[in-house]
Design a protein around this ligand. Structure first.
Ligand SMILES: Cc1cc2nc3c(=O)[nH]c(=O)nc-3n(C[C@H](O)[C@H](O)[C@H](O)COP(=O)(O)OP(=O)(O)OC[C@H]3O[C@@H](n4cnc5c(N)ncnc54)[C@H](O)[C@@H]3O)c2cc1C
Length: 479
């Protein structure tokens, strides 16, 4: 049975991988010349990779970890020490750490917080513990009910002061959805916190050992094609063609470089395109349907990724860093964190600029200059004096609409993978699954899509896919 999948981000590729496991023949159709969507990367003229975004993997990503195991590429992840490191804006060039000891959860998280005296006073620790305890104790059902509030509103209700918010949660909020606590839904922060506190290695981080294109997407493509599937790039979906009964008749693909448009037919069709693309692609007869109308409630959030190559080493820290800058979110010296980018002599910083709404339309040069000014605060000793660090080259990648913007109330707009159309399904981290707009969410959504396709037909192998959903199960798990 043929399944046409539009979009080769992690959701589309994961969907295709699991469909091959279930005995289907997927054909993945990607509009761009590069696979991976939000994890896509390119090589410049020097052979250096530059990426759509700085990506970290967490211990609390069971479906991603299982996928890597199934592909035989678990060793492509480089696990770092279990710690979280924050810059201290009031003492430029210094860091504050939350070191997680080798103890069971949630004890390891509690000890990490109690031992940190730079960012939180004892009074603030008690305030925070009192504020967060109900969310941790009342479980996911309560967490899901907080989607009506911004995280700032929720913290205020719990009596947590502005200072605590400034110290920790601005950095956390920007790293999770590229927006500040006064915009982000409380459900995002509380879901992440509960995963991190309830699982011993939940907040432990890993970096891929090279570009996501080579080290993650290519093994997926190899797996799919070895089992009879296909992955094609440079084939944009132009229109979803319908039968008279409203089911899908075919995907009309746009012919590029003077080639004619053509129709791709299959037994089943999947959109693994971003929600912003899917919204404009909804065929007119489907627009009446509440299911498709709800997509209008979702929109991608802008974000900018920068990679800067310097003439010297700026740091030897081998971990993600939370900048606590109003301009930047997280960053890492990839010459330390990533085997494929190793350089013992020179730093290559990868930085996420967020919130990016005021910067997304600016020129690369303007974005570079404002980022360099921030770096003077993060690395004062390297940018002042007679011999300041020199920038050798840089790349800026702007994504005007990335993952769905998780403001309050968005959960109700996130669609299931199954749609009211019998031969059409959705995949993507924006679809309903409990890991929000993340790589884990994209991989799980692809697996869920494969599962619902199989449930509706007789082709599937007898064994079902093994889903990894958080305990206790959330409202989003449909398996
Ligand atoms: C800067 C940045 C940093 C991030 N950091 C992290 C992180 O540290 N950890 C984490 O877990 N997540 C992170 N994420 C989020 C993560 O990358 C995404 O959640 C995930 O990759 C989304 O995958 P997806 O397949 O759902 O969507 P996408 O990656 O958006 O894939 C959709 C695909 O559809 C294709 N497409 C679009 N239109 C068409 C068309 N007409 N025809 C055919 N194909 C089409 C696109 O080109 C794309 O390949 C980050 C994202 C960004 C942008």
């Amino acid at each position: 049975m043929r399944v046409a999948i539009a979009g080769a981000g992690l959701a589309g590729l994961s969907c295709a991988k699991y469909l091959t496991d279930l005995g289907y023949t997927p054909i993945v159709l990607e509009s761009r010349d590069v696979l991976g969507g939000l994890v896509a990367a390119w090589q410049d003229a020097d052979g250096d990779w530059y990426e759509t975004g700085l990506h970290v993997f967490f211990g609390a990503y069971p479906n991603m970890l299982q996928l890597l195991k199934e592909l035989g590429i678990e060793d492509h992840l480089q696990w770092k020490k279990h710690t979280m490191i924050f810059n201290q804006p009031e003492k430029p060039g210094t860091y504050s750490r939350f070191d997680f000891p080798d103890l069971p959860a949630p004890l390891n998280g509690i000890v990490a917080i109690l031992r940190n005296n730079d960012m939180l006073s004892w009074g603030e620790k008690i305030e925070l513990a009192k504020g967060l305890a109900p969310a941790m104790l009342r479980g996911q059902k309560y967490v899901d009910s907080t989607d009506q509030y911004t995280f700032s509103e929720w913290l205020k209700q719990q009596g947590v002061s502005e200072d605590v918010q400034q110290d920790i949660f601005i950095a956390a909020s920007k790293s999770l959805n590229f927006i500040n606590p006064d915009e982000i839904s409380a459900v995002v922060l509380l879901t992440a916190l509960s995963r991190f506190l309830q699982q011993k290695d939940g907040s432990k981080m890993a970096f891929l050992d090279g570009s996501p294109t080579e080290r993650l997407c290519q093994p997926l493509v190899d797996y799919i094609t070895a089992r009879g599937g296909e992955v094609r790039s440079n084939v944009p979906l132009k229109e979803i063609l319908l039968n008279e009964d409203g089911t899908v008749k075919g995907f009309l693909m746009r012919g590029l470089n003077g080639a004619a448009d053509y129709i791709e037919t299959a037994d089943v069709y999947v959109s693994a395109m971003p929600v912003d693309v899917m919204k404009v692609m909804v065929p007119a007869p489907w627009k009446e349907n509440d299911f498709f109308q709800k997509l209008e409630g979702l929109e991608g959030v802008p974000v900018i990724n920068l990679q800067l190559w310097f003439d010297r080493k700026l740091t030897d820290i081998d971990q993600l860093l939370f900048s606590r800058s109003s301009l930047l979110s997280v960053y890492a010296d990839m010459s330390n964190t990533c085997r494929g980018y190793t350089n013992p002599e020179r730093s290559m910083l990868e930085l996420v600029l967020a919130p990016a709404k005021d910067w997304i339309a600016k020129s690369d040069e303007e974005i570079l200059q404002v980022t360099l000014a921030e770096l003077q605060k993060l690395f004062p000793s390297h940018f002042h004096g007679d011999n300041p660090a020199k920038l050798l080259k840089y790349h800026v990648v702007k994504t005007p609409r990335s993952v769905y913007k998780a403001t309050p109330g968005r959960q109700q707009y996130r669609p299931s993978q199954q749609t009211p159309i019998s031969n059409f399904f959705l995949s993507g981290s924006y679809t309903m699954q409990p890991y929000l707009g993340s790589m884990e969410g994209a991989v799980l959504s692809g697996k869920l899509t494969a599962q619902v396709i199989a449930e509706g037909s007789s082709v599937a192998n007898s064994s079902n896919l093994q889903m990894q959903t958080p305990q206790p199960a959330t409202n989003a798990a449909t398996v």
